[in-house]
Design a protein around this ligand. Structure first.
Ligand SMILES: Cc1ncc(COP(=O)(O)O)c(C=O)c1O
Length: 382
């Protein structure tokens, strides 16, 4: 019998309608072709520290047959020291994406009531700004929660509390609110002061998603230690060159963190990931030098593209959102791809005229600029 002898019977009807109809998250492409310059998924252009590679390699031995530490205890203790809190205020996830999903499951009721009162509706509501990380609505819908996307200001700034009150769309009682800070995909940074003012008015849980914060002027981790309903989400993926290992963490009130521990998989963080993240924390100066390099390249790319007629939004992340001159952004995406440079384009109306470009290494930025100059037929093309 052939392996594919299913005949005509499709098992699709066995899948929950909610899942069948879901608009699944679309990750940036991970191409198999070699020689491409990948500026499409906000990966770090620099490798992990040599000490992290050594520690990870040294752990590839007979231990692989054992389950890892179920709570990532020593990593949590290191992070607690780093953030000036206790290990009970930290949970590690299989990437911060896992924690975003766990947070929804722990804090938001699935929407089962036909005609909910406003209070009941808030209990099932996941709220976030638009644009922000497009995974939030997918996770919320998977859980059967309702979503509310509230527009950022035209320059992707955070509305003030009084603007939100006037706008009437913002739900101050929402069970869970995600704030991406600095914002993705715009790169716009927010001050701790404005985040604090907003958090102080909220009745439900607020998650400050600081995936890119190491490239920003300031971080808001203290808000997770100040407000019992505020959680800060961090990841080793971007700034710490560890996407492959999938390690993220949340900082928050011990009672909220305990709730998340109750529902996570027993061994949610793989052993090599725990070892790599732990070794990362022992070599922070190496990473701080890389943040500086990324920030310097960001300034150079912004300056040069602006000189070539692009509109580049100020960024506090390891990517820029930039509107190219001339042909539509989608055409630029294709033409750059033909030149072996991958960037990201989003089809939503408020983003469709932009490209999101990850800050690559110095030489990748050189190549990008050279290609852009030649595409523009600029006299300065080298
Ligand atoms: C805003 C934001 N939050 C969270 C994540 C997830 O990061 P990870 O699951 O790799 O920790 C990403 C990844 O692209 C992101 O852009």
């Amino acid at each position: 019998m052939s392996k594919n002898s299913y005949r005509n019977s499709s098992p699709a009807k066995l899948v929950r309608p909610l899942v069948r109809e879901l608009h699944a998250y679309v990750p940036g492409e991970q191409p198999k072709v070699s020689g491409l310059i990948k500026l499409n998924t906000n990966e770090n252009p620099y490798p992990p520290s040599p000490k992290v590679l050594l520690a990870t390699r040294a752990a590839v031995d007979g231990r692989l047959r054992l389950y890892p530490n179920p709570t990532a205890q020593s990593l949590r203790e290191q992070l607690a020291t780093l953030h000036g809190c206790s290990a009970e205020q930290i949970i590690i996830g299989n990437g911060s994406d896992e924690l975003l999903a766990l947070g929804i499951r722990a804090f938001v009721e699935p929407a089962t009531i036909q005609q909910p009162t406003p209070k009941e509706a808030s209990k099932s509501r996941v709220q976030y700004f638009s644009p922000s990380y497009s995974l939030y609505p997918v996770l919320a819908e998977t859980h059967g929660a309702t979503t509310r996307a509230v527009p950022l200001l035209n320059d992707f700034g955070l509305p003030t509390v009084s603007q939100l009150r006037r706008g009437k769309l913002w739900d101050f009682q929402a069970a869970l609110t995600f704030i991406t800070t600095p914002n993705a995909p715009s790169g716009r940074g927010y001050s701790t002061q404005e985040l604090d003012a907003l958090c102080a008015t909220m009745k439900g849980i607020v998650v400050l998603d600081e995936a890119y914060v190491d490239f920003a002027h300031e971080n808001a981790s203290d808000l997770a230690l100040k407000h019992p309903h505020v959680i800060v989400s961090r990841t080793f993926s971007k700034a710490y060159s560890l996407c492959f290992q999938r390690v993220g963490y949340w900082i928050g009130h011990p009672e909220l963190i305990a709730a998340l521990h109750r529902i996570r998989d027993s061994y949610n963080v793989n052993g090599l990931g725990q070892i790599a993240a732990s070794a990362t924390l022992k070599d922070l100066p190496y990473y701080r030098r890389n943040f500086r390099r990324v920030i310097d390249s960001r300034a150079r790319l912004t300056r040069e593209l602006t000189g070539l007629g692009w509109e580049v939004l100020p960024s506090q992340t390891n990517f820029i959102l930039a509107r190219p001159p001339g042909p539509p952004a989608q055409e630029w995406l294709e033409r750059l791809r033909q030149k072996k440079i991958l960037v990201r384009w989003f089809s939503s109306p408020n983003l469709a005229s932009y490209l999101r470009i990850t800050i690559g290494s110095e030489s990748e930025v050189d190549t990008l600029l050279k290609v852009v100059r030649s595409m523009l037929g600029s006299k300065s093309a080298r």
